[in-house]
Design a protein around this ligand. Sequence first.
Ligand code: ATP
Ligand code: MG
Length: 428
Amino acid sequence: MPDVLHYPRIELDRSLSAQQLKLLRIVAEAVGTRQMPLYLVGGFVRDLLLHIPATDFDLIVEGDAIALARALAAQYGGRVTAHVRFGTAQWFLPDPDGPALDFISTRSETYKNHGDLPTVKPSRLTDDLARRDFTINTLAIRIDGEHWGELRDDLDGLNDLERGLVRVLHSKSFLDDPTRLYRAVRYEQRYGFQIAPETLNLIPPALHLIASLSAERLRHELDLILEEEQAVAMLNRLAELDLLQPVHPALAWDDKKRERLINGLRRARDYPIKAVSFSAGKSFLKWHFWLMDLASTDINSLERRLHFHSKLFGSLLASSAMSIDFPSLAGLKPSQCVKRLEGLPLTAVYAVFLSVPDGEVRKNLHNYLETWRHIKPKTNGHDLKKRGLPPGPRYQQVLSRLRQARLDGEVKTEIEEMELLDILTKLV
Ligand code: ATP
Ligand code: MG
């Protein structure tokens, strides 16, 4: 009996967008002439079967992925970047707005020591699926030639997907790669699944290996978690499974932090501030809500474990300092607030604004973010020069005094500003 009858078929034509189909057909055709089995795998297949719109194709070929990507680029244009060591290639389509396609040669992975990065060797599909994290990520759909749409479920992933279970493939999985502990929680909470009971039992014996994970890998997993919509539920679960303390003792999660994160995100939706959200990224603010009540010594110590990006680190330190002395921002004139806040990262000011209770401080922070920081006098250095003021430190003093007057409402119009400027320049 031909292969094709052994496998159930997924109705790709009904599940994918016209653009996705067109692209896959092109790739499948190019492969068809080369006799290389080609599969969609991993997250794309998982989400497709869950009827969740999936965007990133994960494509693997039993054969030379780099040669395939190059052949496609030669025929259809675009360019290819290849990593010969890993047998992976990326094909950037000629359309600059179009997607980039990742091609991976099927490979097996073995771990010399627990927690090390794996040794990679070319292999068949089955071995490639066996190196993966959870059964729900091992489903593959073959798309070359007459195999279009065949579902490969070598490791019983469909069953777990239907039952909503996150299950590792073997009992040493978390020991081989403890980042999977965090990935398990992420998938469980993202889809409202459960970590399978046998898999849950494998967590405590792996906790001691979290210490051996590099800063980059660990932070990457935490970033991915914070980027998720269900970040709060994921943090709850991480704490419940004791997956935070082993990262660092300061990385606690409690009711106060949870409330700050939930309320902070809600307020961020109510008070979007363009310049800030733009630079904030998806996980950036959440890191603040989580850590801003820590002392700067703890943030410094966490930085040594997680190697935050310098921008995030600076902003976290500023938000920690502000969280302690924010009450002192009450009873100040606008110019005094500006003096205190200017020079601090906007993201820190924004995070504190979103976290402090309703009242004068909140109002001051809001005014600073929305209005005060933009208020400048009409006069500039050029005008002072025209007035014959000799260049020097006096320029700065005059301009700051004018700004202060503008901020505090002492001068409201250009004429009033000129009057004050007359007085100030006569004092020279
Ligand atoms: P997401 O929706 O989070 O992107 P994904 O399944 O696409 O989910 P990726 O991180 O993009 O996840 O990885 C692609 C595939 O690579 C996964 O489906 C999984 O099979 C495999 N994978 C990723 N990380 C690991 C890991 N640490 N151990 C084993 N397999 C992994
Ligand atoms: Mg993915």
